[in-house]
Design a protein around this ligand. Structure first.
Ligand SMILES: [Zn+2]
Length: 255
């Protein structure tokens, strides 16, 4: 369970930003710049002065994946953090290369698609739930990423239509999936489509019809996993215009 602290005492002139670190970058000799997906704010940049010093009180909470309350002050349109209350570090992710590589990919996808300054709390919730599942090891890491991708597409409003009607003409469509058209197609419209196995179709339908809490509660064969990997790769490339090296890295070590 994620622990939630109560109201944090906030010094005058400061505010508290609650969010998860999506990216950390060195800044100057000893400082750090972090990108956080923040509750109510979307993606924000925060500077942590001296955070790379071994004794810095900002060292732990500014690391990748950390979910924290950042006490910040604003100066010339930039946020600076001066105190951090850790809510969840997801430290377990760092102890397992399979979990870690999937976590890298998941935050990379969010970081590259999230908007600056626009609330995306549904994506934040999905990300936190996914990190919890991945961290606890209740679902194979590769499958966690595929389920995350499907829920991400659904949350972003670009999920595929898997109903058994051709998405072009409306006739019966049971086997062929057209990635670019975003749905199933009939025998007359199979050009450019791919056959979708029953296992892959059932897995996708399960994820799209369950909420985040129960969407991770199933397993698939290695064959279906490979199929989902390929279908979702093509779908994400076309519908959200993303082809990330961090995803490819996962394929090299997992499949
Ligand atoms: Zn058709």
């Amino acid at each position: 369970m994620i622990k939630y602290f109560g109201n944090v005492g906030v010094a005058l002139g400061t505010e508290v930003i609650r969010g998860i670190v999506l990216k950390e970058m060195p800044k100057g000799e000893t400082s750090k710049q972090i990108i956080v997906l923040a509750k109510g704010l979307g993606k924000v940049w925060i500077t942590a002065k001296g955070a790379r010093k071994q004794k810095s009180k900002l060292l732990a909470g500014t690391q990748l994946f950390c979910y924290c309350d950042f006490q910040v002050y604003e100066s010339k349109k930039y946020y600076y953090v001066d105190q951090i209350d850790m809510i969840e570090s997801f430290f377990d992710l760092r102890l397992d290369i399979d979990k870690l590589s999937q976590a890298f990919y998941i935050v990379d996808l969010v970081e590259k698609t999230a908007f600056m300054g626009i609330e995306q709390d549904n994506i934040l919730l999905l990300l936190l739930k996914t990190m919890q599942i991945l961290s606890k090891g209740k679902c194979p890491p590769t499958l966690v990423s595929r389920i995350f991708e499907m829920k991400f597409l659904q949350t972003a409003g670009v999920m595929p239509d898997l109903t058994e009607k051709c998405c072009i003409c409306g006739k019966e469509a049971k086997q062929y999936f057209h990635v670019a058209a975003g749905g199933m197609v009939c025998n007359e419209h199979i050009a450019g489509s791919r056959k979708l196995s029953t296992g892959a179709k059932n897995a996708m339908t399960f994820v799209f019809s369950h909420d985040i809490k129960s969407a991770f509660q199933f397993s698939v064969s290695t064959e279906v996993m490979k199929e989902l990997y390929k279908v979702l790769e093509e779908y994400i490339a076309i519908h959200i215009n993303m082809q990330l090296q961090t995803r490819d890295f996962n394929r090299k070590i997992d499949i």
